[in-house]
Design a protein around this ligand. Structure first.
Ligand code: NAD
Ligand code: MG
Length: 386
């Protein structure tokens, strides 16, 4: 990269955050870090803020602010805490913001970054799923550049480059199928959190690992793709590809299919977004197709994994429905990880919340947050009554 750019990482201590900072560490001349944020891991955040010479470090959980202050004492780095401080840090106008908070908790800071009109490298799919049109309108209004980091969407973005979406016949999202792709329903009913977070191909945070096991991850990604790529829901489909080598593909009207391939390492799509429209080095091993040997594909099974059907229906309904789906899923995943509900209850509970709550389409961020809050409250009631 030619000149230095300013960078903020929202969710710096997570899986995407640390992969991002690993790339920055290898190219220190390229970046000046403005803000790094975390939920509650103050010590780890302070360590990163010192290492990268951040201007400010923010913990979303205000109770962790004293620990952050202590850990940053004498460094000259500002420390702040709470959701408003998170938004304020995101609004400092870094040229590039990596949105890597998990869940709808990342929506308000991501919107604050969008309002500054810079580059947003988006990993936080729940934010786009929940805010949908509201977020895309803000991107347009503020002249921001939204670059997808999610590996499938980054792949599609690369395959669309230089082509008119008018000529697209299909966008095909690939899915690994998760750790349970070959499990019977009886086994799924008894699946444990430890089994669900053990993903065969990717090393990720707990929430997205469970989403991958239920296929809600692919459902959320379908809604994400619907907003990012204007080809219409009827031109989006999902295929299970257990090896996670083909990250997604675009088929054009002439019968040409372009695919993006790469190792299952998020540093590849993150690097693609950080260097866009250029390219940068990554430490990832080159793709060795001869060693991989076989790439296989099959149709998803929506009987064992209803999540993609629920997501497609939510995208079809539009408005607030995807926000309800996302919020209900976040609560159900947390309840599953906490041992309160079984694995197959996750999708069942999301479907129950969707059928009991149909708010009007949101017009602005606060409408989305209101829908999110109400859907969470309803989902929590289902957990306690199970
Ligand atoms: P993670 O759990 O490893 O990290 C989440 C980060 O967000 C941490 O820094 C955490 O401190 C912070 N955070 C958590 N709750 C918060 C809250 N309430 N308020 C503020 N900050 C909070 O998650 P991850 O796997 O890095 O995923 C991050 C996002 O990227 C998710 O939306 C996920 O779907 C998406 N994504 C991740 C991967 C992956 O390989 N990990 C791939 C594609 C997309
Ligand atoms: Mg993905």
């Amino acid at each position: 990269m030619s000149s230095m750019r300013t960078l903020t990482v929202l969710g710096a201590t997570g899986s995407i955050g640390t992969s991002t900072l690993d790339l920055v560490r290898r190219n220190p001349e390229g970046w000046r870090v403005v803000a790094l944020t975390a939920h509650s891991s103050a010590i780890e955040l302070a360590r990163l803020a010192r290492e990268f010479g951040a201007e400010i470090a923010v913990v979303a959980d205000e109770a962790c602010l004293p620990a952050l202050r202590d850990a940053l004492a004498g460094s000259g780095i500002e420390a702040a805490g709470g959701p408003a401080a998170l938004v304020e840090a995101a609004a400092r106008g870094a040229q590039v913001t990596v949105a890597a908070i998990v869940g709808c908790a990342g929506l308000a800071p991501t919107m604050a970054a969008i309002e500054q009109g810079g580059v947003i490298a988006l990993a936080n799919k729940e934010a786009l799923v929940s805010a949908g049109d509201v977020m895309m309108a803000a991107v347009e209004r503020h002249g921001a550049t939204l670059l997808p980091v999610d590996s499938e969407h980054n792949a599609i973005f690369q395959c669309l480059c230089g082509n008119d979406p008018e000529h697209v016949r299909w966008i095909t999202l690939t899915a690994s199928g998760g750790p349970f792709r070959d499990w019977s329903w009886e086994r799924l009913v008894a699946a444990t959190p430890a089994e669900a977070v053990r993903h065969p191909n990717w090393d990720m945070g707990a929430k997205i690992s469970v989403d991958s096991a239920t296929m809600f991850n692919k459902g959320l990604e379908l809604i994400e793709a619907y907003h990012l790529f204007p080809v219409g829901l009827d031109h989006l489909r999902i295929i299970v590809h257990p090896q996670s080598v083909v990250h997604s593909m675009v088929e054009y009207r002439d019968g040409s299919t372009l695919a993006q391939l790469g190792p299952s390492d998020m540093r590849v799509p993150i690097a693609s977004a950080l260097a866009w429209p250029g390219r940068m080095d990554t430490p990832c091993a080159p793709l060795d197709l001869a060693a991989i040997g076989e790439l296989t594909f099959r149709s998803p099974d929506e009987v064992r994994f209803p999540a993609t059907r629920l997501a497609r229906e939510a995208a079809q309904s539009g408005g607030a429905v995807p926000a309800v789906l996302n919020a209900a899923n976040e609560i159900a995943v947390a309840a599953f990880l906490g041992g309160q509900i079984g694995f197959t209850r996750i999708a069942a509970q999301v479907e129950d919340v969707l059928s009991s709550y149909a708010p009007p389409p949101p017009d602005c961020l606060s409408d989305v947050l209101e829908v999110d809050g109400e859907a969470r409250a309803r989902a929590r009631l289902l957990v306690t009554s199970t």
